[in-house]
Write a protein that binds this ligand. Sequence first.
Ligand SMILES: N[C@@H](CCC[C@H](N)C(=O)O)C(=O)O
Length: 287
Amino acid sequence: MKIPFTKMHGLGNNYIYIDGFETKINEELLPQLSQAVSDVNTGIGSDGLILMLPSTNADVRMRIFNKDGSEAMNCGNGLRCVAKLAYDSGYVPKEQFQIEAKSGVVEAEVVVIDGIVEQVTIDMGEPILQREQIPMVTANYTNETVINEKFPVGDQDLFATAVSMGNPHVIFYVEDINDAPIDTVGPEVTSDARFPEGVNVEFVEVLNDHEINFRVWERGSGITQACGTGACASVVASVLNNYVKRGESVTVHLDGGDLTITWEENGHVMMKGPAVNVAEGIYFLKT
Ligand SMILES: N[C@@H](CCC[C@H](N)C(=O)O)C(=O)O
Protein backbone atom coordinates (compact mmCIF):
# COMPACT_ATOMS: atom_id res chain seq x y z
CA MET A 1 0.00 0.00 0.00
CA LYS A 2 1.31 3.48 -0.87
CA ILE A 3 0.71 6.07 1.86
CA PRO A 4 1.27 9.79 1.14
CA PHE A 5 2.79 11.55 4.17
CA THR A 6 4.12 14.89 5.41
CA LYS A 7 6.96 14.99 7.90
CA MET A 8 6.63 17.93 10.27
CA HIS A 9 8.24 19.08 13.48
CA GLY A 10 7.49 21.33 16.41
CA LEU A 11 10.83 22.33 17.93
CA GLY A 12 12.43 19.12 16.69
CA ASN A 13 9.65 16.86 18.02
CA ASN A 14 9.02 15.23 14.65
CA TYR A 15 6.20 13.01 13.45
CA ILE A 16 4.98 11.48 10.21
CA TYR A 17 1.60 13.08 9.48
CA ILE A 18 -1.02 11.28 7.41
CA ASP A 19 -3.99 13.09 5.89
CA GLY A 20 -6.84 10.85 6.98
CA PHE A 21 -9.32 12.92 4.93
CA GLU A 22 -7.71 11.40 1.84
CA THR A 23 -6.00 8.21 2.97
CA LYS A 24 -7.87 5.48 4.83
CA ILE A 25 -5.76 3.00 6.78
CA ASN A 26 -6.99 -0.09 8.58
CA GLU A 27 -7.21 0.79 12.28
CA GLU A 28 -5.40 -2.38 13.34
CA LEU A 29 -2.32 -1.45 11.29
CA LEU A 30 -1.71 1.89 13.00
CA PRO A 31 0.52 0.74 15.92
CA GLN A 32 2.77 -1.26 13.59
CA LEU A 33 2.76 1.57 11.01
CA SER A 34 3.98 3.99 13.69
CA GLN A 35 6.82 1.66 14.66
CA ALA A 36 7.73 1.13 11.00
CA VAL A 37 7.76 4.78 9.86
CA SER A 38 9.62 5.90 13.00
CA ASP A 39 12.57 3.59 12.39
CA VAL A 40 15.42 5.74 11.10
CA ASN A 41 17.11 2.80 9.36
CA THR A 42 14.24 0.94 7.72
CA GLY A 43 11.50 3.58 7.83
CA ILE A 44 11.44 7.38 7.54
CA GLY A 45 12.68 8.29 11.02
CA SER A 46 10.42 10.07 13.53
CA ASP A 47 9.16 10.24 17.11
CA GLY A 48 5.92 8.57 15.99
CA LEU A 49 2.88 8.88 13.76
CA ILE A 50 0.06 11.44 13.73
CA LEU A 51 -3.20 11.22 11.80
CA MET A 52 -5.24 14.29 10.80
CA LEU A 53 -8.85 13.12 10.52
CA PRO A 54 -12.38 14.46 10.06
CA SER A 55 -14.16 15.13 13.37
CA THR A 56 -17.81 15.02 14.32
CA ASN A 57 -17.48 17.50 17.20
CA ALA A 58 -14.59 19.77 16.13
CA ASP A 59 -13.11 21.11 12.87
CA VAL A 60 -10.45 18.42 12.69
CA ARG A 61 -9.25 15.47 14.76
CA MET A 62 -5.75 14.30 15.77
CA ARG A 63 -4.64 10.79 16.68
CA ILE A 64 -1.08 10.30 17.94
CA PHE A 65 0.97 7.11 18.16
CA ASN A 66 4.34 6.99 19.90
CA LYS A 67 7.41 5.41 18.33
CA ASP A 68 6.68 2.11 20.13
CA GLY A 69 3.17 1.98 18.62
CA SER A 70 1.29 2.98 21.78
CA GLU A 71 -1.50 5.51 21.27
CA ALA A 72 -1.37 8.66 23.43
CA MET A 73 -4.23 10.86 24.60
CA ASN A 74 -2.60 14.17 23.68
CA CYS A 75 0.39 15.83 21.99
CA GLY A 76 1.11 19.56 22.22
CA ASN A 77 3.55 19.76 19.33
CA GLY A 78 1.25 17.53 17.29
CA LEU A 79 -1.72 19.86 17.89
CA ARG A 80 0.27 22.83 16.55
CA CYS A 81 1.37 20.85 13.47
CA VAL A 82 -2.16 19.50 12.80
CA ALA A 83 -3.43 23.11 13.06
CA LYS A 84 -0.89 24.15 10.41
CA LEU A 85 -1.63 21.15 8.18
CA ALA A 86 -5.41 21.65 8.43
CA TYR A 87 -5.15 25.37 7.60
CA ASP A 88 -2.44 25.19 4.91
CA SER A 89 -4.19 22.33 3.12
CA GLY A 90 -7.48 24.25 3.09
CA TYR A 91 -9.54 21.81 5.18
CA VAL A 92 -10.15 24.52 7.79
CA PRO A 93 -10.36 27.95 6.11
CA LYS A 94 -10.35 30.08 9.29
CA GLU A 95 -7.70 31.23 11.75
CA GLN A 96 -9.45 30.11 14.93
CA PHE A 97 -10.79 26.60 15.08
CA GLN A 98 -11.17 23.47 17.19
CA ILE A 99 -9.10 20.29 17.21
CA GLU A 100 -10.27 17.05 18.80
CA ALA A 101 -7.69 14.86 20.53
CA LYS A 102 -8.40 11.69 22.52
CA SER A 103 -8.14 13.81 25.69
CA GLY A 104 -10.76 16.35 24.48
CA VAL A 105 -11.36 19.33 22.20
CA VAL A 106 -8.95 22.31 22.23
CA GLU A 107 -9.05 25.77 20.61
CA ALA A 108 -6.32 26.62 18.10
CA GLU A 109 -5.34 29.97 16.61
CA VAL A 110 -2.88 30.18 13.72
CA VAL A 111 -0.56 33.09 12.88
CA VAL A 112 -0.43 33.27 9.08
CA ILE A 113 2.46 35.02 7.31
CA ASP A 114 2.39 35.25 3.50
CA GLY A 115 -0.43 32.70 3.43
CA ILE A 116 1.46 30.07 5.46
CA VAL A 117 1.03 29.20 9.15
CA GLU A 118 4.21 29.99 11.09
CA GLN A 119 3.11 30.00 14.76
CA VAL A 120 0.18 28.42 16.53
CA THR A 121 -1.42 29.13 19.90
CA ILE A 122 -3.32 26.28 21.52
CA ASP A 123 -5.59 26.63 24.53
CA MET A 124 -4.59 23.36 26.17
CA GLY A 125 -7.41 23.53 28.73
CA GLU A 126 -7.06 22.91 32.45
CA PRO A 127 -4.37 20.66 33.92
CA ILE A 128 -5.43 17.67 36.00
CA LEU A 129 -3.77 17.62 39.40
CA GLN A 130 -5.63 14.87 41.30
CA ARG A 131 -3.26 11.97 41.93
CA GLU A 132 -5.72 9.24 40.98
CA GLN A 133 -6.67 10.98 37.73
CA ILE A 134 -3.07 11.46 36.54
CA PRO A 135 -3.10 8.41 37.19
CA MET A 136 -0.61 7.76 40.01
CA VAL A 137 -1.00 5.19 42.75
CA THR A 138 0.54 5.75 46.17
CA ALA A 139 -0.02 3.73 49.34
CA ASN A 140 -1.44 5.75 52.26
CA TYR A 141 -1.15 9.21 50.76
CA THR A 142 -2.30 12.31 52.59
CA ASN A 143 -2.44 14.90 49.75
CA GLU A 144 -4.76 14.70 46.76
CA THR A 145 -2.11 16.45 44.64
CA VAL A 146 1.53 15.46 44.05
CA ILE A 147 3.68 18.54 44.61
CA ASN A 148 7.35 18.16 45.50
CA GLU A 149 6.64 14.75 47.04
CA LYS A 150 9.40 12.34 48.04
CA PHE A 151 9.74 9.77 45.24
CA PRO A 152 12.46 7.15 45.81
CA VAL A 153 14.12 5.87 42.62
CA GLY A 154 16.72 3.15 43.25
CA ASP A 155 18.83 4.40 46.13
CA GLN A 156 18.02 8.10 45.47
CA ASP A 157 15.27 10.20 47.01
CA LEU A 158 13.90 12.36 44.20
CA PHE A 159 11.08 14.87 44.65
CA ALA A 160 8.22 14.60 42.18
CA THR A 161 5.47 16.92 40.98
CA ALA A 162 2.85 15.17 38.84
CA VAL A 163 0.51 16.86 36.35
CA SER A 164 -1.73 15.56 33.58
CA MET A 165 -2.35 17.61 30.44
CA GLY A 166 -4.64 14.85 29.19
CA ASN A 167 -1.51 12.65 29.33
CA PRO A 168 0.62 11.99 32.42
CA HIS A 169 3.79 13.90 33.34
CA VAL A 170 6.17 13.81 36.28
CA ILE A 171 8.54 16.71 36.84
CA PHE A 172 11.85 16.65 38.73
CA TYR A 173 13.80 19.84 39.44
CA VAL A 174 17.56 19.91 38.86
CA GLU A 175 20.26 22.51 39.58
CA ASP A 176 21.74 22.29 36.08
CA ILE A 177 19.84 20.88 33.08
CA ASN A 178 23.10 19.57 31.64
CA ASP A 179 23.39 17.20 34.62
CA ALA A 180 19.78 15.93 34.40
CA PRO A 181 19.88 12.10 34.67
CA ILE A 182 17.62 11.80 31.66
CA ASP A 183 18.96 8.55 30.23
CA THR A 184 18.95 6.70 33.57
CA VAL A 185 15.98 8.06 35.54
CA GLY A 186 13.95 8.64 32.33
CA PRO A 187 13.60 5.00 31.23
CA GLU A 188 13.28 3.78 34.82
CA VAL A 189 10.50 6.15 35.88
CA THR A 190 8.54 6.09 32.59
CA SER A 191 7.45 2.50 33.36
CA ASP A 192 7.44 2.78 37.18
CA ALA A 193 4.51 0.87 38.74
CA ARG A 194 3.46 4.03 40.61
CA PHE A 195 2.27 5.29 37.22
CA PRO A 196 -0.02 2.48 36.02
CA GLU A 197 -0.33 3.96 32.51
CA GLY A 198 3.34 4.98 32.33
CA VAL A 199 4.48 8.59 32.44
CA ASN A 200 6.41 11.23 30.50
CA VAL A 201 9.46 12.16 32.59
CA GLU A 202 10.64 15.78 32.66
CA PHE A 203 13.61 17.56 34.18
CA VAL A 204 13.44 21.30 34.82
CA GLU A 205 16.04 23.87 35.79
CA VAL A 206 14.51 27.16 36.94
CA LEU A 207 16.47 30.11 35.53
CA ASN A 208 14.24 32.91 36.88
CA ASP A 209 10.53 33.58 37.39
CA HIS A 210 9.91 33.77 33.60
CA GLU A 211 12.28 31.15 32.16
CA ILE A 212 12.95 27.46 32.65
CA ASN A 213 15.20 24.92 30.97
CA PHE A 214 13.54 21.60 30.11
CA ARG A 215 14.46 18.09 28.96
CA VAL A 216 12.20 15.09 28.49
CA TRP A 217 12.08 11.32 28.29
CA GLU A 218 8.78 10.67 26.54
CA ARG A 219 6.67 7.64 27.31
CA GLY A 220 6.75 5.41 24.22
CA SER A 221 9.39 7.43 22.35
CA GLY A 222 12.38 8.09 24.66
CA ILE A 223 14.40 11.31 24.54
CA THR A 224 12.85 13.85 22.17
CA GLN A 225 13.86 17.41 21.35
CA ALA A 226 10.63 18.83 22.75
CA CYS A 227 7.30 17.91 24.32
CA GLY A 228 4.46 20.45 24.20
CA THR A 229 2.27 18.84 26.85
CA GLY A 230 5.41 18.32 28.96
CA ALA A 231 6.35 22.00 28.68
CA CYS A 232 2.79 22.94 29.78
CA ALA A 233 2.94 20.48 32.69
CA SER A 234 6.33 21.89 33.72
CA VAL A 235 5.00 25.44 33.86
CA VAL A 236 2.02 24.28 35.93
CA ALA A 237 4.43 22.39 38.23
CA SER A 238 6.62 25.47 38.51
CA VAL A 239 3.61 27.59 39.58
CA LEU A 240 2.63 24.93 42.14
CA ASN A 241 6.20 24.98 43.49
CA ASN A 242 6.24 28.82 43.57
CA TYR A 243 9.06 29.20 41.03
CA VAL A 244 6.95 31.15 38.48
CA LYS A 245 3.65 33.02 38.69
CA ARG A 246 0.17 32.06 37.54
CA GLY A 247 -1.08 34.46 34.82
CA GLU A 248 2.44 35.36 33.63
CA SER A 249 4.06 33.91 30.54
CA VAL A 250 7.06 31.62 30.90
CA THR A 251 9.62 30.87 28.22
CA VAL A 252 10.44 27.17 28.21
CA HIS A 253 13.84 26.41 26.66
CA LEU A 254 13.66 22.91 25.18
CA ASP A 255 16.43 21.08 23.30
CA GLY A 256 14.74 22.06 20.01
CA GLY A 257 13.90 25.71 20.82
CA ASP A 258 11.49 27.80 22.87
CA LEU A 259 7.78 27.62 23.74
CA THR A 260 5.80 30.38 25.44
CA ILE A 261 3.45 28.98 28.07
CA THR A 262 1.03 30.71 30.44
CA TRP A 263 -1.13 29.11 33.11
CA GLU A 264 -3.92 31.66 32.97
CA GLU A 265 -5.93 32.84 36.00
CA ASN A 266 -9.00 31.16 34.43
CA GLY A 267 -7.27 27.79 34.80
CA HIS A 268 -6.41 27.25 31.14
CA VAL A 269 -2.87 26.63 29.93
CA MET A 270 -1.94 28.52 26.74
CA MET A 271 0.92 27.30 24.55
CA LYS A 272 2.44 29.25 21.67
CA GLY A 273 5.14 28.00 19.33
CA PRO A 274 6.13 27.06 15.78
CA ALA A 275 5.02 24.28 13.46
CA VAL A 276 7.27 23.41 10.52
CA ASN A 277 6.97 21.30 7.35
CA VAL A 278 10.00 19.13 6.62
CA ALA A 279 9.16 16.89 3.67
CA GLU A 280 6.40 15.18 1.74
CA GLY A 281 6.59 11.73 0.22
CA ILE A 282 5.12 8.27 -0.22
CA TYR A 283 5.66 5.49 2.32
CA PHE A 284 5.48 1.94 1.03
CA LEU A 285 3.62 -0.12 3.64
CA LYS A 286 4.21 -3.87 3.40
CA THR A 287 1.07 -5.71 4.52
N1 LIG B 1 5.48 14.90 22.10
C1 LIG B 1 4.22 15.10 22.65
C2 LIG B 1 3.61 14.07 23.54
C3 LIG B 1 3.44 12.72 22.84
C4 LIG B 1 2.74 11.67 23.67
C5 LIG B 1 3.49 11.21 24.89
N2 LIG B 1 4.74 10.56 24.59
C6 LIG B 1 2.60 10.28 25.73
O1 LIG B 1 2.73 9.05 25.62
O2 LIG B 1 1.78 10.78 26.50
C7 LIG B 1 3.88 16.54 22.99
O3 LIG B 1 4.41 17.41 22.28
O4 LIG B 1 3.07 16.79 23.88
